[in-house]
Design a binder for this molecule. Structure first.
Ligand code: ISE
Length: 332
């Protein structure tokens, strides 16, 4: 049976996911799309062959033709849609963040625990990126010994004018927070954000985030979201006996006329295209086999808790302790 996927949100990410489902994911089809902007939903449906459009996203969740839901609507709407999917008993892949506030994330955890089975996957697609997944596999194979430190760089070419200093953490660094938990394998217990002073109201671009884990590992993240030259995400994992590095750009370089050049994505959709495709394929597979994979609601909750603590630390200019509590058995 082919899984009918309904996508909430036909903006940049929703449209991109719709194209991927329609063209590069096996075992599933695009059953429906919804967007507050009906014309936009109709345009993306016409391009991707989505079978139906709904003006109301709750109607998409209730649609019997929709077996599973992908949420790619604005951040503030995520929690309500995730809860509606849990109520309907439908698997849901929610773009990050899982919720806009920690309180909402807690409600989702309580609802999934009450249901007693995992239906939520969070769109931390980097875990499906061949390079990050490869680093994790080689770490687990013991190639560099136990992990002790992680250094990350996260640069966007540009962000829109409404992007805030807090969003540098909640929208961008949240990926590196998840990567740190994924690669270091221990919980983050403290964090400090360093950011030079800027004039009142200006974006606090150029932040350094330092995280500490329960076992004393360290992770640093450089954040620079108006870096102009391109989208650049790097990571070096340091172990007791070696390091594993995620290369900053494509493996293929052209040497010609005394110069070397290689492809460089301008935003994350190009840079992480393989990760998005693999994430969707793994999600469909997990629905078919009823074995959950990838980042869970707990991972989404943890990232939100850590990001929220970092935002507080940035505002007060201090190191903050983070306590995300005990992971419920459902997420073991
Ligand atoms: C954006 O929302 C994403 O999720 C990208 O993966 C991230 O790299 C970027 O910084 C965010 O703004």
């Amino acid at each position: 049976m082919s899984i009918g996927i309904g996508i909430i949100g036909a903006g940049v990410m929703g449209a991109d996911h719709a194209r991927t489902v329609a063209s590069a994911v096996g075992g599933a089809h695009l059953a429906a799309l919804s967007d507050a902007d009906a014309d936009r939903a109709a345009r993306v449906a016409a391009e991707t062959g989505a079978r139906r459009c709904h003006a109301d996203s709750m109607a998409l969740i209730a649609d019997p033709a929709v077996d599973a839901v992908l949420i790619a609507s604005p951040d503030a709407t995520h929690a309500a849609f995730v809860l509606a999917c849990l109520n309907a008993g439908k698997p849901v892949l929610c773009e990050k963040p899982l919720a806009a506030t920690l309180a909402e994330a807690e409600v989702i955890i309580a609802a999934e625990k009450a249901l007693g089975r995992r239906l939520v996957q969070v769109g931390f697609m980097r875990r499906f990126d061949p390079a990050y997944a490869g680093m994790k596999a080689r770490l687990d194979a013991g190639e560099i010994g136990p992990a002790v430190m992680l250094h990350a760089v996260h640069r966007n070419a540009a962000v829109p004018p409404w992007f805030t200093s807090e969003m540098v953490i909640t929208n961008s660094a949240v990926h590196d927070i998840d990567v740190a938990r994924f690669l270091l394998g221990q919980e983050i217990v403290a964090a400090t954000v360093f950011a030079p002073p800027v004039p009142a109201g200006a974006l606090r671009d150029r932040q350094f985030l330092v995280m500490e884990t329960a076992g004393g590992q360290l992770a640093t993240v450089e954040l620079f979201v108006n870096a102009a030259y391109g989208y650049d995400v790097r990571a070096e994992l340091v172990g007791e006996r070696g390091t594993l590095t995620r290369a900053p750009r494509d493996a293929v370089a052209l040497r010609q006329s005394g110069r070397e050049s290689g492809a460089f994505a301008l935003d994350w959709r190009g840079h992480f295209a393989a990760a998005y495709q693999r994430q969707l394929q793994a999600w469909v597979q997990s629905i078919r086999s009823a074995v959950p994979v990838g980042p869970s609601a707990w991972d989404g909750y943890a990232a939100t808790a850590i990001a929220t603590a970092c935002v507080g630390g940035l505002a007060r200019g201090e190191r903050v302790a983070v306590d995300i509590g005990t992971r419920p058995a459902l997420y073991d």
